[in-house]
Ligand binder design. Structure first.
Ligand SMILES: Nc1ncnc2c1ncn2[C@@H]1O[C@H](COP(=O)(O)OP(=O)(O)OP(=O)(O)O)[C@@H](O)[C@H]1O
Ligand code: SF4
Ligand SMILES: [Mg+2]
Length: 317
C-alpha cells in the first residue's frame, strides 16, 4: 500500500545541517504494521512528520518518494495533500500529544475538530461520531463531555487515538504512544491497537525505542540508526536472529526472564547528525568494526527476507 524510498529530511541548525532522515525506505501492506525502532534522536519522529508533511521552518532538504496506492504523497500539491490526504488517508498520534489537550475545552469538542474543520460538519453532528468512536476505543460516551484534567493518561491516549481515527484513515502513524504510560495501561493500549488493526484493516507505523514492545504488534520492523534504516525485516526473524550488530546490541540490552543476569549496553553515544561518522555510521560503537567500515558506506544487502546495511554480509569484505 505505502512504498517509501529515499525519504530525506534535513534541518538547519546553529551548528550546521542536521541529517535527521537520510534516505529512508520501507513498505507497508494493507492491515500491516511496521515497527520503527531506534535510540533517541535517530530520526523516528522526523520520519513520521515527513510523511505527514508537517515540516518546521528550518528545513534544509526534504525529498524522496512515498507512494500510497500509486500517488506520491511527497510531491502532491500542498493544498491537495492538506485537503485529501492529511488526516483523511494518513493520520498521526503525535509524540507526547496527550498532554497537549486544551485544558479549557471539553475533550469531545477537541476530538471532533477534524470533522468540523475538514468536513464542515456542525459540532452537534460531529459529537455523535465522536461518541461512537469513543466506544470503539474503550471510552464511555460521557467522556466526550469531560475536561482533559478529568481523564487519566490512558484515557487521554485513547481519546488521541480516536482523534486520529475520526476521518477513517488507511494509515495511522503512532509516535511512542505508550511510553508515558504504566505497564498495565500500556498493555491495554497495545491490545486496543491490535483490535483496531484487525477490525478496521488499518495499516500502522508504530514508532518506539522499545524493540520488545514493537515485536508484539509489528509484522515488519525497521531499525533506525543516525538517520538511516540499518536493518529491515520480518518481526519474528529479527527478534530471533538479528543481523546488524546494532540490532544485536539492542536486543541484548532488553531484560528477559530466562536471559543472562547482566545486561549488555551499547558503548559510546549516538553520533552528531551534523557530521555523522564516515563509512558505517555505527562504526565508532561497533564491536565487530574492521577497516572497510571506517571508509566505505554500506549499502542495503539482502539476506533472505531481510536487508541489512553492514559490511559483514557483503560477499567480499
Ligand atoms: N526542528 C528541528 N530543527 C533542528 N533539529 C531538529 C529538529 N527536529 C529534530 N531535530 C534533530 O533531528 C534529530 C532527529 O530528531 P527526532 O525527533 O526525529 O528523533 P527521534 O528518533 O524521534 O528521538 P526521540 O526518541 O527522542 O523522540 C535529532 O538530532 C534532533 O535534535
Ligand atoms: S559495517 Fe562494520 S562497523 Fe558497521 S555495523 Fe557492520 S561490522 Fe559494524
Ligand atoms: Mg521522537
Amino acid at each position: 500500500m505505502l512504498e517509501v524510498e529515499g525519504l530525506t529530511l534535513h534541518y538547519y541548525s546553529g551548528g550546521g545541517v542536521v541529517k535527521a532522515v537520510d534516505g529512508v525506505g520501507f513498505r507497508i501492506g494493507e492491515a500491516e504494521t511496521l515497527g520503527l525502532v531506534g535510540e533517541s534522536g535517530c530520526g523516528k519522529t522526523s520520519t513520521g512528520l515527513a510523511l505527514m508533511r508537517m515540516l518546521p521552518r528550518n528545513v534544509a532538504h526534504f525529498g524522496g518518494k512515498a507512494l500510497l496506492d500509486g500517488i506520491d504523497l511527497l510531491s502532491l500539491e500542498a493544498k491537495r495533500f492538506d485537503m485529501e490526504i492529511r488526516w483523511r488517508v494518513v493520520s498521526m498520534v503525535f509524540q507526547g500529544a496527550m498532554n497537549s489537550f486544551n485544558p479549557v475545552l471539553k475533550v469531545g469538542h477537541q476530538v471532533a475538530e477534524p470533522l468540523v474543520v475538514k468536513e464542515g460538519q456542525r459540532m452537534e453532528e460531529a459529537l455523535k461520531t465522536v461518541r461512537s468512536l469513543f466506544r470503539q476505543v474503550g471510552l464511555s460516551e460521557e467522556v466526550a463531555d469531560r475536561y482533559p484534567h478529568e481523564l487519566s493518561g490512558g484515557m487521554k491516549q485513547r481519546a488521541m487515538i480516536a482523534m486520529a481515527l475520526v476521518l477513517n484513515p488507511k494509515l495511522l502513524i503512532l509516535d511512542e504512544p505508550t511510553s508515558a504510560l504504566d505497564v498495565s495501561v500500556q498493555t491495554q493500549i497495545m491490545n486496543l491497537l491490535k483490535r483496531l488493526k484487525r477490525e478496521r484493516g488499518l495499516s500502522m507505523i508504530f514508532i518506539t525505542h522499545d524493540l520488545a514492545l514493537v515485536s508484539d504488534i509489528a509484522d515488519a520492523v525497521a531499525v533506525m540508526y543516525a538517520g538511516e534504516i540499518v536493518e529491515y525485516g520480518v518481526s519474528d526473524d529479527m527478534l530471533t536472529s538479528p543481523l546488524h550488530p546494532y540490532t544485536q546490541k539492542l536486543l541484548k540490552s532488553i531484560p528477559r526472564l530466562k536471559g543472562p543476569k547482566t545486561l549488555e549496553y551499547i558503548p559510546g553515544a549516538p553520533p552528531n547528525l551534523v557530521n555523522p561518522p564516515p563509512g558505517c555510521r555505527f562504526h565508532p560503537r561497533c564491536p565487530q568494526v574492521f577497516d572497510r567500515c571506517r571508509n566505505e558506506k554500506p549499502y542495503d544487502i539482502k539476506k533472505g527476507k531481510a536487508s541489512v546495511k553492514c559490511w559483514l554480509y557483503a560477499l567480499e569484505r
